[in-house]
Design a protein around this ligand. Structure first.
Ligand code: SF4
Ligand code: SF4
Length: 181
C-alpha cells in the first residue's frame, strides 16, 4: 500500500472554496498592500509609495487594529475573492493574487517554509522600507515618496525553492551573536 501526500489547500481550492482559517493563513504578512497608493487623476494609474498606512506596524508588517481597520481607515480595501479579481494593484507576489491566477506560492511563504520570518529574511516584506506613516507627512509631500519596489521581488525571492534552506529566527539569532576578532 502506498501513502499519498495530500496537496496543500492553496493548490486545490479556489479563493471561494477557502474556509476562514485558510483565508487568513494565506496572507504572507508582507505588508506591501498597506502602503499608501496614489492615483493619477487623468490616467487613473496607481503608483505605490513608501508611506505606510496609519495602522501599519512598520516592523511586524501587520495591521495594528485588524478587527476594526475599516472603522479607522475607511478606504482600507477588504480582500474577498471579488476584490482580489477587481483590483489591479495587488503585488504580483500577493498570495491571494497567486492563488487566483492558479499559481503556486513562493518558497518564502510561511505555509511553504514553515516560518513566518522568511518573508522578512528574503526582503519581500516592508520591514525596514517604510519611510514614514501617512499621518506624519503633509499630503503635498506624498508624491515625493512614489516607489516601484513594491511591485517587484528582490533577488532570491523569485525562485520557487530557496537557494539555501531558510534560516529559522532562533538559528539566525544564534548565528548573529557577537564574535571576538
Ligand atoms: S500583499 Fe497580499 S499577501 Fe501581502 S500582506 Fe497584503 S494581502 Fe497579505
Ligand atoms: S487599515 Fe490595516 S489592513 Fe488596512 S491598509 Fe491600513 S494597515 Fe493595512
Amino acid at each position: 500500500m502506498t501513502s499519498e501526500i495530500a496537496e496543500p489547500f492553496w493548490r486545490t481550492k479556489s479563493l471561494e472554496e477557502l474556509d476562514s482559517a485558510e483565508w487568513e493563513s494565506l496572507c504572507d504578512g508582507c505588508g506591501r498592500c498597506c502602503l499608501v497608493k496614489l492615483q493619477d487623476e487623468d490616467t487613473e494609474a496607481i503608483a505605490y509609495t513608501d508611506i505606510g498606512c496609519k495602522l501599519l506596524d512598520e516592523d511586524g508588517c501587520r495591521c495594528r487594529d485588524y478587527p476594526n481597520r475599516q472603522a479607522v481607515v475607511p478606504d482600507c480595501v477588504r480582500l474577498t475573492p471579488q476584490t482580489v479579481r477587481a483590483i489591479d494593484w495587488l503585488p504580483t507576489s500577493c498570495a491571494y493574487r497567486l492563488v487566483e491566477e492558479g499559481r503556486d506560492l513562493y518558497w518564502w511563504h510561511h505555509l511553504v517554509s514553515g516560518d513566518r520570518d522568511t518573508v522578512h529574511q528574503v526582503g519581500v516584506s516592508v520591514r525596514g522600507k517604510v519611510a514614514v506613516l501617512e499621518d506624519d507627512l503633509p499630503l503635498q509631500d506624498f508624491v515625493d515618496h512614489m516607489v516601484r519596489w513594491p511591485l517587484r521581488l528582490p533577488r532570491g525571492a523569485t525562485r520557487r525553492t530557496p537557494k539555501t534552506p531558510p534560516v529559522s529566527a532562533a538559528a539566525a539569532a544564534s548565528a548573529a551573536s557577537p564574535r571576538k576578532r
